[in-house]
Design a protein around this ligand. Structure first.
Ligand code: PAF
Length: 291
């Protein structure tokens, strides 16, 4: 069983003996773990000797009216799952432990990257992610930290945080884990009722279709807008409400469709967020434009 710590001092004391000779990995989570989280832990074990999993439903990354209060808290079940994949420590602090003063006087802002995609409908979300991840990095001082690629914008922001604040931490993105019907695993999938759960995989199938069509197009920029309109219609007709459906470069820059110059072999990413009932679903799909 992993050893659980609720306090910063006791976790730090427990990790101190390992620091000189062993590599420590941090897998930050908000708990209510599923197979996707367990894959993060398995990946962490490939890169470190000691794996710490933090479980903290971070209040500062939830906006007004979002699901902070109802977000599922399932510590006992989470710890049992973590035991099955060999996590060494669980850090499960209280809100007071992480935020002795809330809101903190010191802020982290991630800048322009947050003004797009999820940042448009959740304007304070990434500042909250930034401050809690910075705190967790300072508390655990890991050599490596693992984040899922499903939250692609979050991963980009964490890489930027590490670069800008000179954290000596390697950030590793873990591939999306999917249910057999293609739905990306997420703690929020449990908000779906059984009808919605049947519909939800359309996000993945549409992203795959779009990726295929774009990668096969002889001039992807000329067909991009019409393909996005077609996909938007199919997803909307299925009953989802799209927050965004966009194609970007892999560093999340916009594609200039007026610039007719094609970059052959370029990697792109399609990103989507859509509401289905109470659940806000996220997914993305990488593709390479035809060389
Ligand atoms: O991805 C999440 O679960 C959260 O945003 C994170 C990184 C644990 C920060 O609270």
């Amino acid at each position: 069983m992993p050893i659980i710590h609720h306090h910063i001092d006791s976790l730090r004391a427990a990790l101190q003996p390992y620091r000189s000779e062993q590599r420590i990995a941090l897998v930050p989570t908000m708990g209510n773990l599923h197979q996707g989280h367990l894959q993060l832990v398995k990946l962490a074990k490939q890169h470190a000797d000691i794996v710490v999993v933090s479980i903290f439903v971070n209040p500062t990354q939830f906006g007004v009216g979002e699901d902070f209060d109802s977000y599922p808290r399932t510590l006992d079940a989470d710890v049992a799952m973590l035991a099955s994949v060999g996590a060494d420590y669980v850090f499960a602090p209280s809100s007071d432990e992480i935020y002795p003063v809330l809101p903190s006087a010191t802020a982290i802002t991630a800048g322009a990257i947050t003004s797009q995609l999820c940042g448009q409908s959740r304007p304070t979300h990434f500042d909250g992610v930034g401050i809690v991840v910075a705190k967790l990095f300072n508390i655990v001082q890991p050599d490596v930290s693992i984040f899922g690629q499903k939250d692609y914008q979050q991963l980009a922001i964490i890489k930027q945080l590490v670069r800008d604040l000179s954290y000596p931490i390697a950030i590793i993105g873990a591939p999306i884990v999917r249910a057999t019907d293609g739905l990306a695993l997420s703690s929020r999938n449990q908000y779906l009722n059984s009808d919605e759960r049947q519909i939800a995989p359309i996000l993945h199938s549409e992203l795959k279709r779009l990726a295929q069509q774009l990668s096969e197009a002889s001039n992807y920029k000329s067909v991009l807008q019409s393909l996005l309109i077609d996909s938007t219609k199919r997803i909307t007709d299925a009953g989802l409400v799209i927050d965004y459906l966009e194609v970007k470069t892999t560093d999340l820059a916009a594609i200039d469709t007026q610039d007719s110059q094609l970059t052959n072999g370029q990697d792109l990413i399609i990103l989507v967020a859509a509401w289905l009932g109470r659940a806000r679903l996220l997914d993305n799909q990488l593709l390479t434009v035809k060389p």
